[in-house]
Ligand binder design. Structure first.
Ligand code: FEO
Length: 169
């Protein structure tokens, strides 16, 4: 059985993962508007990953006998100046999610919930990957600058990303 504090921390994190899904969906629409189909594909995979992150916790709360109560999801931003600005926003958002996951892990430690700590390790490792991936693309976009050919080459590269359903926990 989940203690109340742990349950609340999971529910808040589920909301943040669902907001991430929503934010990336909004970014997907931004890239669709620019007709950058590789970026659209990359965002689409990101959307599916965030959904999987939320559902992993959702299923875990139920498995542990907790009660799911869903809150409203905030309206995401829908306007950016450039792909570079989008990726700066993604990195900033992922850094926020990392610190948030770390706080959930702190609650697991404080409440001596070892099972939750082990479960959360997957998310902690995932965040390292998320930040590295996004940081890599951001670095490429900074190098590309105003070079349209560079942008189209990156778009081609991002078109190859595929979603692999994660095995969480
Ligand atoms: Fe669910 Fe992008 O972290």
């Amino acid at each position: 059985m989940l203690n109340e504090k742990m349950e609340k921390a999971f529910l808040e994190q589920i909301n943040k993962e669902l907001f991430s899904e929503y934010l990336y969906l909004s970014m997907k629409a931004y890239f669709a508007d620019l007709n950058l189909q590789g970026f659209v594909n990359w965002m689409d995979v990101q959307v599916q990953e965030e959904h999987a992150h939320a559902m992993g916790m959702f299923d875990y709360v139920i498995e542990r006998g907790g009660k799911i109560v869903l809150e409203a999801i905030d309206k995401p931003e829908n306007n950016w100046k450039s792909p570079l600005e989008v990726f700066r926003a993604i990195l900033k958002h992922e850094q926020f999610v990392t610190s948030s996951i770390n706080s959930v892990a702190d609650v697991a430690e404080e409440t001596r919930d070892r099972a939750a700590s082990i479960f959360l390790n997957w998310y902690i490792k995932e965040q390292v990957e998320e930040e590295a991936n996004v940081g890599g693309i951001l670095a490429q976009l900074e190098l590309i600058g105003e070079d349209k050919n560079g942008l189209f080459a990156l778009d081609k590269e991002l078109a190859t990303r595929t979603f692999v359903a994660p095995v969480i926990g």
